[in-house]
Write a protein of this length. Structure first.
Length: 189
């Protein structure tokens, strides 16, 4: 069953999600990859105001291609998430709620997810053009010099994702692997 997840991404909404749930995200999300994350954490270290409110926010790890004429955004597929693992716990500890990307996360990120009642969602790798159809508006709001890695504010509607890490420590990748290996063992009998 698909669940709807709408901005703001409060802890009350996130605690209902479980690893493996399909979600359709609507509302405001932000984009940032590793260079933008590095700059955000440097701003935090210097006590500077961030370009967006971290509390109850969602960050999509993407570096979209330029928009074609008449389009809001170009191809917008997820970036491998472990590249943000150094920075993610800092942002989560300050109220950031939802991370969207692809691939596994470090133990430190998993612990920060549970500690902060956050979630990590996987977007569909290889479906960048499909994902772009869910993006209704896009605006660069910080670090324009980073090009595709600039921070953007996106307005999304029915953006598809799957819960990988949930608020209570569920890990869809681990659960899926165990399930698969169990089926392999049962079929060998």
């Amino acid at each position: 069953m698909r669940k709807k997840l709408e901005f703001p991404f409060t802890k009350d909404k996130l605690k209902e999600l479980r690893a493996g749930d399909e979600v359709l995200i609507s509302g405001t999300i932000y984009t940032a990859r590793d260079q933008a994350h590095k700059r955000l954490v440097e701003m935090i270290d210097r006590g500077e105001k961030l370009p967006f409110e971290l509390k109850d926010s969602a960050i999509y790890y993407v570096g979209p291609s330029p928009a074609r004429p008449g389009k809001v955004i170009g191809s917008a597929g997820p970036t491998t998430s472990y590249r943000m693992d150094t920075y993610a716990p800092v942002l989560l500890d300050l109220g950031h709620s939802v991370m969207i990307g692809k691939g596994q996360r470090s133990d430190e990120v998993k612990q920060a997810v549970v500690r902060n009642g956050a979630v990590y969602l996987a977007a569909i790798g290889g479906a960048a053009a499909l994902i772009a159809k869910s993006i209704k508006a896009a605006e660069v709001i910080a670090f324009e010099d980073l090009g595709a890695e600039a921070v953007r504010r996106l307005e999304v509607e029915a953006f598809p994702a799957v819960v990988v890490l949930d608020t209570i420590g569920g890990d869809w990748y681990e659960e899926g692997r165990k399930s698969y290996l169990g089926e392999m063992e049962r079929s060998a009998i």
